[in-house]
Design a binder for this molecule. Structure first.
Ligand code: NAP
Length: 319
């Protein structure tokens, strides 16, 4: 028996849209809101993480309008509802490849193909790995890149956090709800994180810092049992027993798909102050194009700007 539905979807003509948005984080959903209000019926492809990295954050305290803070997943949900109210369509689908050499642009996805008059790229960024022995093997078995997702599994257990930025401290503070103790392993003797988070972390009795130290191996058979540490100043090595390793050492933009088609800088898509990329009709916003600010509000602002510019681009073309 032939499966008619799969044959028809494989052979079906590409779906044409005026504005296609890749990624459903704060940048993508803000772009969707603005493009929808311009009556461009944008389609948003969610990729793997609806709400983007923000949705993995327990509480966001620096997005204006929420004086008590707002849950990351809840904020993503509100962004989506607001965009949909004006006609944006959110599809649970991921772009696999793009062809930006001619218009309409072509985007191959998990479920089919799109053509688009204008494209807004808001594919965000993914957490960096330490690239030490044991990391890949023990991911999901004690190694995690998301405290909000996995913190609960470490109730009354000792964990380590790697990193010295805002993410490391914010996620450590979240982990204090569950873990018995948190050792933050940082490769220097001063933090990159902002002052408020530093103050909260220093004051929290469950958090301890291990300075000038790197993780050289994550050890364990079925699950994480210990991390091997090395002091970068003295060279001294030690083994620290732990059940969880949370890694927050920055992010890499999800832009590999556009290499060779768009101008890039350090892996980030190059945009001008109006979110135009090197290809007319292609705009980029959020962490795929922002190596500097990386905040929910700046990503949302870039998304809105990209959609305004996409609207103007299509209007100018239509005369
Ligand atoms: P980040 O600011 O780039 O910090 C990464 C941290 O990991 C740094 O402390 C860095 O050490 C360390 N690191 C990098 N590579 C390492 C390696 N191979 N081994 C060991 N340590 C390594 O990244 P982030 O904390 O994810 O923050 C990203 C952006 O999001 C920032 O702009 C941040 O302000 C923002 N953010 C804001 C909030 C908030 O406002 N509440 C929350 C989360 C994130 P060095 O310091 O030595 O470079």
């Amino acid at each position: 028996m032939f499966n008619l539905s799969s044959i028809s979807s494989t052979n079906s003509a590409p779906r044409h849209v005026k504005v296609l948005i890749l990624g459903a984080g704060p940048a993508g959903l803000s772009a969707a809101l603005y493009a929808a209000r311009a009556e461009l019926q944008p389609v948003v492809l969610t990729g793997t993480q609806i709400g983007g990295q923000a949705a993995l954050t327990y509480t966001i305290e620096n997005y204006p309008g929420f004086p008590e803070g707002v849950g990351g997943a809840e904020l993503g949900d509100l962004f989506q509802k607001q965009a949909e109210r004006f006609g944006a369509v959110v599809e649970f689908d991921s772009a696999q490849s793009v062809d930006l050499s001619a218009r309409p642009f072509r985007v191959q996805t998990d479920n089919g193909e799109y053509t688009a008059d204008a494209l807004i790229i808001s594919t965000g960024a993914s957490p960096n790995q330490l690239n030490v022995p044991g990391e890949v093997e023990l991911t999901g078995k004690g190694v995690s890149y998301c405290a909000t997702c996995d913190g609960w599994f470490f109730k009354d257990k000792p964990v380590v956090v790697v990193g010295g930025g805002d993410s490391a401290l914010e996620e450590s503070l979240f982990l204090t709800r569950f873990a018995s103790s948190i050792k933050i392993i940082h490769r220097r003797d001063s933090l990159r994180a902002g002052a408020i988070l530093q103050k909260r972390a220093f004051e929290n009795p469950k958090i301890e810092f291990v300075w000038d130290t790197v993780v050289t191996e994550i050890a364990g058979r079925e699950k994480v049992e210990a991390v091997r540490l090395k002091n970068v100043k003295t060279g001294a090595e030690s083994l620290l027993p732990t059940e969880g390793v949370f890694i927050f050492i920055g992010h890499t933009p999800n832009t590999q798909m556009f290499a060779g088609q768009l101008e890039m800088e350090g892996g980030y898509i190059k945009v001008d102050e109006r979110m135009h990329t090197s290809v007319p009709g292609v705009f980029a916003a959020g962490e795929s194009a922002d190596s500097h600010f990386k905040q929910v509000i700046t990503s949302a602002g870039m998304g809105a700007a990209a959609a305004i510019e996409a609207t103007r681009f299509l209007e100018a073309e239509a005369g």
